[in-house]
Design a protein around this ligand. Structure first.
Ligand SMILES: [Zn+2]
Length: 341
């Protein structure tokens, strides 16, 4: 096995969203802060993170192990240890939300997909809260989760949304589950983003025990002020600004594919394919659609395209349910819906 994989410094809020909000800001200081944060996001993303693949091998295995650190509004990571596995809840709600969200994500992968943590070998789940001051983002840095507090005006909280936590931790899963990881640019980057949205939404649906009909299929609902919008993205209807926010430019099908577009933009296409498959397969999305998408990860390569993902999910549906099964046909039809043959 490769000792290193393509990881990413992956933010939940794309820097272009921060720039758009800066454009709209009436207050000069606020505009300045947003542009600073957009710049930092772009800068950190430019650093290629390399996952220490051997780490899980030396660690004890088989247990859920979480640690939460407090950056105390500074930039140094991981910060001060404030909660470990089985220690008492903190008086700080943010600490407990990060701890509980990591726990729900761990439980989902363990119980539903039989995966033991991010690396499949019980890797400890580390989170840092209160990163910098009024920081409008949350990210996975290739090794741990990092949460800002939000400015309280545009962004309210990043630990309050379980799908945001699960989205970020899934970037870690992808880093290990796809042989060599998925390169965070172009179609493989949009797939990387989409896989995080898929499992982010699944963890939320599983936690709330929602069927495919009951689920809202939104990503990031509740993290921003109502004046900004309701959610970052919709898997049911990518690009529908009425149910997300005014700058949502996600295409729903290949007809709207943005050449050289941001990974958070073109991810609307594979997101909608997953939605279409889950709706066709009915019931709970984690019963069939989730396992099919999960099994497909091991069939991908670092530069996988949407067409490769369509092929991989069709193959994994055949492996799980049989060649020419109704499940395999549903998956193939879902990719046709979004224009990926
Ligand atoms: Zn992401």
């Amino acid at each position: 096995m490769n000792q290193h994989a393509h990881g990413c410094t992956c933010f939940i809020i794309p820097s272009k969203m921060l720039r758009k909000l800066a454009d709209d800001a009436t207050d000069a200081h606020e505009r300045h802060c947003l542009l600073d944060q957009a710049e930092l996001s772009a800068h950190l993303r430019g650093q290629r993170s390399v996952a220490p693949m051997m780490m899980g091998l030396v660690a004890a295995t088989g247990e859920k192990r979480r640690t939460v650190y407090d950056a105390q509004n500074k930039s140094a990571l991981p910060g001060k240890l404030v909660r470990g596995e089985d220690s008492k809840p903190s008086s700080d709600k943010t600490v407990n939300q990060a701890y509980d969200g990591a726990g729900a994500t761990y439980d989902f992968f363990r119980e539903v997909l039989k995966r033991n943590s991010i690396d499949g070998k019980g890797l400890r789940l580390d989170s840092t809260v209160h990163y910098q001051q009024k920081f409008n983002n949350a990210f996975w840095n290739g090794q741990q989760m990092v949460y800002g507090d939000g400015d309280g005006k545009l962004f309210l909280s990043f630990t309050g949304a379980i799908d945001v936590i699960a989205h970020e931790l899934t970037h870690g899963v992808t880093q290990y589950a796809v042989p060599g990881g998925l390169v965070y640019a172009d179609q493989s980057g949009a797939l990387n983003e989409s896989i995080s949205d898929v499992f982010g939404s699944l963890v939320k649906q599983w936690t709330l025990k929602q069927t495919v009909e009951q689920a809202d299929w939104l990503i990031g609902a509740g993290i921003m002020a109502p004046t900004v919008g309701k959610a970052l993205r919709s898997m049911a209807d990518p690009g529908n600004t009425k149910i997300t926010w005014s700058g949502d430019d996600q295409p729903k099908t290949m007809a709207g594919y943005v050449e050289g577009g941001d990974v958070h933009t073109n991810s609307g296409i594979p997101n909608h394919a997953f939605y279409a498959a889950a709706i066709a397969l009915k019931g709970n999305a984690w019963d069939k659609a989730g396992p099919i998408w999960y099994k497909a990860l091991s069939l991908l390569t670092p530069n996988a395209t949407f067409a490769d993902m369509a092929k991989a999910t069709s193959e994994s549906a055949a492996l799980l349910y049989g060649t020419n099964s109704a499940e395999q046909h549903a998956v193939q039809a879902a990719w046709k819906v979004v224009g990926v043959a």
